[in-house]
Each structure stands twice: as structure tokens, then as C-alpha cells.
Design a protein around this ligand. Structure first.
Ligand SMILES: *Cc1c(COP(=O)(O)O)cnc(C)c1O
Length: 234
């Protein structure tokens, strides 16, 4: 990694962390702190480890294969999440390595995570992914089905639902994101009040490079920023 690249990552990271902090300070008290997760797909381990020196501590990988390729270099240095859609047959290769799976969107996947977690003697934390834009070609539970889905997920002993995640549709104007985040926040609060009494730090994962400030103002507890920190992906 050359110096120009280090400077780019440093400036991007520090600027992003500052913006996250000031957006969090703008909202009403009681909404808690915001975790900045760096989405690290396609980013070499060396660059991710450099961001660790700047203060980054939580990262999210998209694919099980890429996670496993980088895992030995990253483990111990980061709290690692899985943020991309997860194929059932890949579950086994990520259980015990990631502290949170953001993309639970079907019961067959819940069953497999539960089974593999049981085999390892652990409880796996998950978020239910909500399709806030009701986009047909996208994963995630439709907002109106969230309640029933949460009930079914509650049946699995080795799964713990910590909250919800959404990938909003791509919007041209930043302000257009708000309605998706608002609806997701309402679902989050509703589910939290009725079904997650035992969860100490509930997670609402929403907002990416072009929308994280809007997401924070609408109640996100965790934002996932990739290109905003590491630059455009090749
Ligand atoms: C890539 C990715 C992000 C980050 O996207 P950017 O636009 O690069 O910030 C966030 N969440 C998920 C699930 C992703 O796959």
C-alpha cells in the first residue's frame, strides 16, 4: 500500500467518523450511540488493518468465501459481521467467526444457523433483513410480514434476534431515503417493544455511503459504509 492510498483511507475514515458522530449528536437523547461498520468487500486485509490503526473496530464482509480468505489476518483485530445475503450451504463456514449476521431473510436459513450454532455450542446473533423498498428482485422480508417472521424466528433456541437491517432502494436524492428509514425505524421500535425485552443493545442497521447521515437522523444504531471509506470498488 503506497502513501497516497494510506492518505486516502485516513482522510475518508476520519471524515466519515466525524460525520457519524455529529449526525448522532443531532438526534434526540435516548437513541444511543451509532456504530460505524466498514463494509470491506473487495478491500485487501492490509488496508483494513490500516484502518484499525485509525480507530475502526467493526467490519462487515459480504460473502462467506471472501470472509474465509481474509479471516486469519483479520480475526482478533475486529468485530466481524456478515452483511451480505447468505446461502444456506455456506452457513457452516461462517458460524463462530462472525458476531452478527445482518441478512436473515428466510426460515430455512434460520434453521441452518440454529443447527450449526447448536453443533458449536453457541448462540448466534442475527438481524432480520427488511425489504423496505418492497423491491421484487431483492432479499428481505416485506414490512407487513416482519411481525410473523419474527415470531417464527423466536422458536429457534440457538438464534438470538438482535434487531433489523435494511438496504434501502438506491435513491437519486438523499432526502428520498428518509421514508424507507422511517418505516424501518417504526418496525424496529414496534418489534423491540413487543418481542425483544431481553435484548440489551438492539441493533438497527441501515444507511450506506450515500445515506448514512439520513439513516442516523431516522434512528439507525449502526451504519454500513464501504466506498465512503475505501473509495470506489474496482
Ligand atoms: C457494499 C455494502 C454496503 C456499503 O455500500 P457503499 O455504498 O459502498 O457504502 C453496505 N451494506 C451492504 C449489505 C453492502 O453489500
Amino acid at each position: 500500500m503506497n502513501e497516497a492510498r494510506m492518505n486516502e483511507i485516513r482522510e475518508n475514515y476520519l471524515r466519515t467518523a466525524e460525520k457519524v458522530k455529529s449526525a448522532a449528536e443531532k438526534r434526540s437523547s435516548g437513541q444511543g450511540e451509532v456504530t460505524l461498520l466498514a463494509a470491506t468487500k473487495t478491500v485487501p486485509a492490509e488496508e483494513i488493518l490500516y484502518a484499525r490503526e485509525l480507530g475502526l473496530s467493526v467490519i462487515g464482509e459480504n460473502r462467506a468465501e471472501e470472509l474465509n480468505l481474509k479471516y486469519d489476518e483479520l480475526k482478533g483485530s475486529f468485530d466481524i459481521h456478515l452483511i451480505g445475503s447468505l446461502q444456506t450451504r455456506k452457513v457452516r463456514s461462517v458460524i463462530g467467526k462472525v458476531s452478527l449476521i445482518h441478512s436473515l431473510d428466510r426460515i430455512s436459513l434460520a434453521r441452518e444457523i440454529d443447527l450449526r450454532s447448536k453443533a458449536e455450542g453457541i448462540i448466534s446473533d442475527v438481524l432480520v433483513e427488511i425489504n423496505s423498498g418492497r423491491e421484487e428482485n431483492k432479499g428481505g422480508i416485506m414490512p407487513e410480514d416482519a411481525d410473523a417472521f419474527l415470531d417464527s424466528v423466536g422458536e429457534f433456541e440457538n438464534l438470538r434476534c438482535r434487531g433489523i437491517m435494511t438496504m434501502a432502494p438506491i435513491c437519486e436524492k438523499k432526502s428520498e431515503y428518509r421514508k424507507y428509514f422511517q418505516e424501518t425505524y417504526r418496525i424496529f421500535i414496534d418489534i423491540y417493544q413487543r418481542k425483544m425485552h431481553n435484548i440489551i443493545e438492539p441493533v438497527l442497521s441501515m444507511g450506506m455511503s450515500d445515506s448514512y447521515e439520513e439513516a442516523i437522523l431516522e434512528g439507525a444504531t449502526l451504519v454500513r459504509v464501504g466506498s465512503g471509506i475505501f473509495g470506489r470498488r474496482k
